[in-house]
Design a protein around this ligand. Sequence first.
Ligand SMILES: Cc1cc2nc3c(=O)[nH]c(=O)nc-3n(C[C@H](O)[C@H](O)[C@H](O)COP(=O)(O)OP(=O)(O)OC[C@H]3O[C@@H](n4cnc5c(N)ncnc54)[C@H](O)[C@@H]3O)c2cc1C
Length: 449
Amino acid sequence: MTEETAAPHRLNVVIVGGGFAGIHAAKALGRLPVDVTVIDRRNHHTFQPLLYQVALAVLSPADIAQPIRGILRDQENTQVLMDEVTGIDAANNAILLASGTRLSYDYLLLATGATHSYFGKDAWAELAPGLKSVEDATEMRRRILLAFELAERQMQEHGWHPPLNFVVIGGGPTGVELAGAIGDISRIYLKHDFRHIDPSKSRVILLDGGESVLQSYPPELSARAGEALARRGVEVRTRSRVTGIGPGWVEVANAKGTERTQAAVILWAAGVQASPLGRLLGAPVDPRGCVLVNAELNPEGMKNVFVLGDLAHFEQGGKQVPGTAQPAMQMGDHAARVIEADLAGKARPAFRYFDKGDMATIGRMAAVANVKWPFTARLSGMPAWLTWIVVHVFFLISFRSRMAVMASWVWSFFTFSRGVRLITGDQTLPGWQEQVDAGEKAGEQAVSS
Ligand SMILES: Cc1cc2nc3c(=O)[nH]c(=O)nc-3n(C[C@H](O)[C@H](O)[C@H](O)COP(=O)(O)OP(=O)(O)OC[C@H]3O[C@@H](n4cnc5c(N)ncnc54)[C@H](O)[C@@H]3O)c2cc1C
């Protein structure tokens, strides 16, 4: 009789979230002798930095979203599950899924990102959608394009239309990108497409409670961004705190008191909070719900649990590492390095975030970039815009996406047109009909462009 040897037990690594952190961790774990399960409630990884381009009809959702299963298909040690994690039993090393399954793990990597925060005013979400997913982006696209269509129809039938005001709330990178892109689409890309309205007469209003837009950037770049927005006709209103949102209006408190502005479309880019899963872990969290992690990216006392990306609160140099793509990718890679060290019986390495800089685009041929690697520079205008293009194409997850995105950008740049102008679903806008009724009742001809 031959002597049988039991196969060595392979450790089971469960990754929750197929965003930047989760995908990077999964890829790095692909070369280790472990079994990996990636769970995401969606079947695709979304390249969030380009979501606003889906919202503004430059790119299709498929250009920036890739099936997670496809990304990891060549990794034999990795399986993908489309399911939502609804509970964590950290004491017994198990997670609970919406489908009812209970899944055990040896290591758990939590990377479920962040979501919008309406600062407790959740009713605003319906009136002012935020931008986090492909669904959000197509909803924004629907509202923006529909506003022009409704104005054209109203103008043709009644000779006037309610003001075509686009109000963007929040002057961080997402708000600046949205406002600049709406400025471009109304002044450049849709200019010749309507017969009864002049899209370039629409107003884009960017509201922020702080002193300037892009406050996390060096002051000179923040000022440049303000100037580039102004060139696109965007009215930047800083020190303006939103106190109310209703169908077709936004109310702000500023130095003059309280003001109400009519709005055809309201977009939210003001606040984020961590995914609710962080609180279910039972570890200390910060006020936004991010889980406090140590140098190995573990919550205190949970050596086999890693919290990564936007969900993690990791401090370096006395400051929290930002909730952006670079830290998320680096944390994903690092968690795999720690597991590799454990397998080899070596000391665990400490995480250090390597800051390569930040950049935000403002529109056609305009961006700002605070580059920290491979050289240091503060760029604006065309050089920043070209840098932004190269970096974003480089980090797209697949070759197909890179080709598709480049082709759409080249097409849009040279033809001054937007190819993905689809309005799908509901054909009403919150507050539009109320504004039409109010205008007619008052005998007002609000705008006759
Ligand atoms: C509009 C926008 C623009 C941005 N622009 C930039 C930029 O220009 N540069 C930059 O560096 N960063 C940018 N960011 C930030 C960057 O995208 C995030 O920091 C990054 O995506 C964080 O990665 P993550 O892996 O932590 O989370 P995410 O990428 O958000 O991934 C989280 C994943 O978890 C899944 N998930 C969530 N909850 C569950 C659950 N309960 N069960 C199962 N799955 C779940 C989600 O479906 C998602 O796939 C932008 C973000 C947004 C929203």
